[in-house]
Write a protein that binds this ligand. Sequence first.
Ligand SMILES: C[S@@+](CC[C@H](N)C(=O)[O-])C[C@H]1O[C@@H](n2cnc3c(N)ncnc32)[C@H](O)[C@@H]1O
Length: 369
Amino acid sequence: MQLIATCAFGLEKLVYDEIKALGLWVIKNEDGRVTFEGDEEALIKANLWLRCADRVLIKIDEFEAKTFDELFDQTNQLEWEKYIEANDAFPIKATSVKSALHSEPAIQSIIKKAVVKRLQKQYKLETLAENSGASYQIIIKANKDHFLVAIDSSGESLHKRGYRTRANLAPIKETLAAAMVKLSDWTLEKTLIDPFCGSGTIGIEAALMACNIAPGLNRTFAFQRWPWLIKENFIKIHNETKAGIKTIAKLPIYCFDIDAEVLKIAAVNAKNAGFNNLHFKRADFRQLNFSQFLNCTFITNPPYGERMGEKAEIENMYRELGTQFAKTKNSSLFLITSHENFPTLFGYKANKNRKLFNGHIRCYLYSYF
Ligand SMILES: C[S@@+](CC[C@H](N)C(=O)[O-])C[C@H]1O[C@@H](n2cnc3c(N)ncnc32)[C@H](O)[C@@H]1O
């Protein structure tokens, strides 16, 4: 079957590399999604291991449709009975961009009718109960009249690893935090420092990677309730994944924040993720002695100053950060912000900047190495 890993814009290459690292064959890489070939085992592994993807979908088909009749007929021809049994639920979620059929509720209702008619005919039933407990979330993505039809195997988005039970006001998504660590030069030989750690996501994602802990190990997935998927396969892969965990007594990961309350949340999150050896300390970055930081990788998500009245304060903060960072030795910095003037304020031109999205906010990851 063909599987699709969806992701935020800008993370496709990282997801592509993660899929290749699982030994899977990539078919195509497009904006926001990577299509790959895979069997049941690949579906399980991709859900467990992809750190930067949002969901893993099973591709059912792709086609062009400009009218509701075309949409109905093409959907009705698909072999839905291969996946969905007579009493299974199948909610529909459609998005439509630049397409003749632009009403998402109308698309959803046509798709629903087409699938219902198909299954009623196949199972020779007049009504479908949708009460078996198994649920197949059908995903429809229309773009310029081109429809992708798929089933979501993940359930909750893959950024929900299960360790973040509480968050501060502006937490970074786990998938983006993992991407920042991957795009940095951090290895266990260097000390990782997050001076604006908030709920600790960047440090925790780095620790998961260092210990070879699959991001999905402590959560469940929609596919676990599908009867055709062999339970033993999941248990076997899950056990192998657990067996591959490396224990590292001293993780060189230091997280600071000015807010004592947020640090309590960070420590709970780290503990939920299985770490009591990350260092969380209350500090205003201005008070930290940056000249003691030697051979460090700073990976951080400082405040952006998006709210009214905050901009001048944030701009000063970025200037002061530049002064502080200049005192470090042999260190690198990977910082995400939506502020387009960051390098000017910070005082140094970045070696690289990369456009990324933090939710809907367009940001840049500025890299200094
Ligand atoms: C965008 S949030 C970081 C979110 C974090 N990445 C997470 O996943 O939760 C920015 C953080 O910077 C902290 N902060 C603001 N001013 C600071 C300062 N002067 N020194 C250190 N931390 C500061 C805030 O308390 C806040 O937690």
